[in-house]
Design a protein around this ligand. Structure first.
Ligand SMILES: NC(=O)c1ccc[n+]([C@@H]2O[C@H](COP(=O)([O-])OP(=O)(O)OC[C@H]3O[C@@H](n4cnc5c(N)ncnc54)[C@H](OP(=O)(O)O)[C@@H]3O)[C@@H](O)[C@H]2O)c1
Length: 348
């Protein structure tokens, strides 16, 4: 199955606006399905504003819009045919978004369209498979970093890599097409023959980074300067990698997360390397340290993706009989915090 004509995005948050804005700025056609409130706000603003490592304003107009303009809608029926549809909602918003899209899209006879999710965690692809069927789902991982600001603009912190690949493995024509469309928009993208390895490696990093940062309320860079916290990170990475191995997946080293190295090397060596004085850091941007997204959610009193990142991997561990006591402790603490957040009992 190949032959999409464009990419489209569900969710006009940090990542959704960054992807849609960059695609439009490269002269491509792109549709962005937003919540009603955000569609109204962007429509009034008339543009998506990306700042940070990207400085651009992308005009928005009701979908379908012409090339170079983000076609904005809050109606899934206005999503285009023959599209690769990237879901960029939070993990806990995915099921509802998928259900509303599936009720209206893809249309009968549209065999080419496919879906992908960029949420943290592994469960997103199960949600997509249940709704759209196995053959429509392309595996995706992104480490492009972005955050919404109170003024409405999106700060793009880094143009991190986006990986795409087929399940259970392999690269197809549709994956290569999507990588080319993203590349044209200067969104770094790579086709990978082993998307499961990338997904699990990112999950190892997410469990480690979020586990330590949420429970200490420190930035990732601060935690990586403290020996006890590096050990905590590595222990969570090791447990997650053991679950991956029991599922037949070997973790790897990818840009931004050298998980295979962390697992194969002794913790003592990793600690020594991380704590060794290095060359002076290149002029660090001014301002407060950047918190991992889950810590940002905690501090802002928003629900965290705790079930998708922690509870889900604990379930996957139990299924294959792997003992993960540290992940279970992190799950209980973070899911407990999340319960209070979602009940409105914790503010910051
Ligand atoms: N941001 C990053 O740097 C980054 C990096 C890698 C992975 N991720 C993952 O990517 C996912 C998205 O992150 P994010 O930071 O972009 O989140 P976000 O800023 O909260 O954006 C989520 C967007 O989805 C919208 N939405 C929710 N339900 C919807 C529905 N049914 N229909 C249409 N839109 C809907 C939200 O609407 P409202 O506008 O009304 O809130 C919001 O605009 C998360 O799972 C995150 O873990 C993020």
């Amino acid at each position: 199955m190949s032959g999409i004509e464009r990419l489209a995005v569900v969710g006009a948050g940090s990542l959704g606006q960054a992807f849609a804005g960059l695609l439009a700025a490269s002269g491509q056609s792109v549709t962005l399905l937003a919540s009603a409130a955000t569609a109204a706000r962007l429509s009034t603003a008339g543009r998506i504003r990306l700042r940070g490592v990207v400085e651009l304003d992308a005009p928005v107009a009701p979908a379908p819009a012409g090339a170079g303009v983000v076609g904005l809608t809050d109606d899934p029926a206005r999503l285009p045919a023959r599209a690769g549809l990237i879901f960029a909602t939070k993990g806990h918003q995915l099921e509802a978004a998928v259900q509303s899209v599936r009720a209206a899209w893809p249309g009968a006879g549209d065999e080419a369209s496919w879906v992908a999710g960029v949420q943290n965690g592994l469960v997103k692809d199960d949600v997509l498979r249940r709704a759209f069927g196995e053959r429509r789902v392309v595996g995706a991982v992104t480490i492009l970093g972005a955050g919404r600001e109170v003024g409405g603009e999106v700060t793009v912190y880094s143009r991190g890599m986006t990986y795409l690949g087929e399940f259970p493995s392999g690269v197809s024509e549709r994956v290569s097409e999507a990588v080319a469309l993203l590349g044209k928009a200067e969104i770094p993208a790579e086709a990978t023959a082993d998307i499961a390895s990338v997904l699990w490696s990112k999950e190892c990093n997410a469990v480690g980074v979020f586990g330590v940062s949420v429970l200490t309320r420190l930035s990732a860079s601060a935690t990586m300067r403290i020996p006890e916290l590096i050990r905590a990170y590595l222990s969570l990475v090791r447990e997650t990698a053991a679950v991956a191995a029991a599922h037949g997946v070997q973790v790897g080293d990818y840009a931004g997360f050298s998980i295979r190295t962390y697992v194969e090397r002794s913790d003592e060596e990793t600690l020594a390397r991380m704590l060794a004085p290095g060359p002076a850091a290149p002029s660090a941007p001014a301002g407060p340290p950047i918190m991992p997204s889950m810590t940002q959610d905690l501090l802002a009193g928003r629900p965290m993706e705790a079930d998708e990142v922690f509870a889900d991997v604990a379930i996957r561990a139990e299924k294959v009989g792997v003992s993960v006591p540290r992940i279970e402790l992190a799950r209980d603490l973070i899911c407990g915090l999340n319960r209070m957040l979602t009940a409105g009992a914790v503010k910051g």
